[in-house]
Each structure stands twice: as structure tokens, then as C-alpha cells.
Design a protein. Structure first.
Length: 265
């Protein structure tokens, strides 16, 4: 047993929703750099095309894309059909696409709940459901297929910002992932969640521009997350090293939750 085999993801087929930008892009790059075949999916075809061009220039693995708007149920079927046609199996599903909506409590609209919960929770279940046959096909007793759900520390704590639907959706995602671990384990599929703290992303861009120093100051390790942090965690969960991990919620936050817990004692 050595690191080269313990954390090997070479040749695995990986789907990363929202994989062209932000955290999804970081995850995609990590897998490609380690020899996986990565499919990125987004409704932004130009962003997907550009991301794949850059990812393929890295060598080792390869990248392709499937344009899909996850708000449209028919596009979920399109993803499943394309993966079945092109690969016939799926080793790793990374449910990364997400939406947020911030607005004061007194005016927080019904539309926010519909939009955020649909993408962050309902579509994660539906896409996983549709891709389960491909995940089962790839699974072996020593190398189960993996579902990795990108959650948030805001689903584990009370957030400072007024993002009611977002934090509720991520808390729901964390628990749904545990429920899926129980059901999918019988089919040779693990299900885990990464509860991310602050990273460079489209969702965090405006907040980081205004409050970066205070956000970094609130992280015990003194910085926001990097590509190596989130990609490395995904690679661990997808490799032999993570083959017996299922139903876990990994707080990837530089110690933010621990610091908050200490303040409340």
C-alpha cells in the first residue's frame, strides 16, 4: 500500500455539475490533473467549452462537457443519456451546482424558496436517481462508486447573512446525503457531503470583495479555501482511501465551525 495506489483516481469517469466555474472548476481540475475523465455540466455552453479547453491542456486526464440547465427536468435526462452513450458507466458524481438568494427577513420572497430548494436539493436527488444505474455499473466490492454532494458550513451553523433558503437547503442536503448512503450502499455506492467554508466562487465574489480581510480573520487557519483543499478532499473520497467512508459530512472550513462553537461556550 502506497500513496500512488491509495489515492489513485486515474481512469475514473467523473461528472461535476457546475464544473466550469468556482468550486466546481477546482474539483474538475483536480480530477483531470490526476488522470480522470471529467464531464462538466452547466447551462453556460461557452464557459464549459473554455473550461474544457483549459483542462485538456493540463494533460494526464481529459475533460468534456454536457450543456444542461438543471432547472429543466428534461435536461437531467439529457445528462444521463449522454453519459450512457459516451461512457456506459459513471464512477463519481459530484453534485456541485447550487443557487443562493439573500434578502432581508421581512421581504424574503416565496420565489427564493422555490428557486433555491429546487436546484440545491430536489435536483440533486433527481439527478442522482437518474444516474444510479450508471453508478451501479461502475461499482466493484473494493471500489464502490461515489456520490459527493457539495454542501456548506451554513447548513451546519446559523449564517450571518440573511440567506434563509440557502442554509435550509444545505442542511437538507447534508441529511439527504446520509439517507442516500443507507439506500445506495446496498447498490455499491457511497454518499458523502463536503460542507465548504469560504472559497473563491461566483456566489462568494461580492462578499469577498467587500469583506475578505474579516472573513479570513474569522478562519482559524487564516485564509480561505484553495483548489488543493476541495479537490484533494474529493479525490480522497473517490479513491481507495475513501472507499469505506459513507454518510459523512466533512466540514472543509479551516476550523470556522470549531471557532464558532468555542465562542458560544
Amino acid at each position: 500500500m502506497d500513496n500512488s495506489s491509495l489515492f489513485d483516481v486515474k481512469g475514473k469517469v467523473v461528472l461535476v455539475t457546475g464544473g466550469a466555474k468556482g468550486i466546481g472548476r477546482m474539483i474538475s481540475e483536480g480530477f483531470v490533473q490526476n488522470g480522470a475523465t471529467v464531464y462538466v455540466s452547466s447551462r453556460d455552453a461557452k464557459a464549459c467549452e473554455q473550461a474544457c479547453k483549459e483542462l485538456n491542456a493540463l494533460g494526464k486526464g481529459k475533460a468534456d462537457y454536457i450543456t444542461a440547465d438543471l432547472y429543466k427536468e428534461d435536461d437531467l435526462k439529457k445528462i444521463a443519456e449522454e453519459l450512457k452513450k459516451r461512457e456506459g458507466k459513471l464512477d463519481v458524481l459530484v453534485n456541485n451546482s447550487g443557487s443562493n438568494w439573500g434578502e432581508p427577513y421581512d421581504t424574503y420572497p416565496s420565489a427564493a424558496w422555490d428557486r433555491v430548494l429546487t436546484l440545491n436539493l430536489k435536483r440533486v436527488f433527481q439527478l442522482t436517481q437518474l444516474l444510479t444505474p450508471l453508478l451501479s455499473t461502475a461499482s466493484t466490492p473494493t471500489s464502490p462508486s461515489r456520490v459527493i454532494n457539495i454542501g456548506s458550513v451554513d447548513g451546519l451553523r446559523v449564517p450571518a447573512l440573511e440567506t434563509f433558503a440557502y442554509s435550509a437547503s444545505k442542511a437538507g442536503l447534508h441529511h439527504m446525503s446520509r439517507v442516500l448512503a443507507s439506500h445506495l450502499g446496498k447498490r455499491g455506492i457511497t454518499s458523502n457531503t463536503i460542507a465548504c467554508g469560504p472559497f473563491e466562487s461566483k456566489m462568494m465574489k461580492a462578499t469577498l470583495e467587500k469583506h475578505r480581510s474579516s472573513i479570513e480573520g474569522g478562519v482559524p487557519l487564516g485564509r480561505i479555501g484553495s483548489m488543493e483543499d476541495v479537490a484533494g478532499t474529493c479525490i480522497w473520497l473517490s479513491s481507495r482511501a475513501g472507499a469505506w467512508v459513507s454518510g459523512a459530512t466533512v466540514a472543509l472550513d479551516g476550523g470556522v465551525l470549531w471557532r464558532v462553537s468555542c465562542r458560544r461556550l
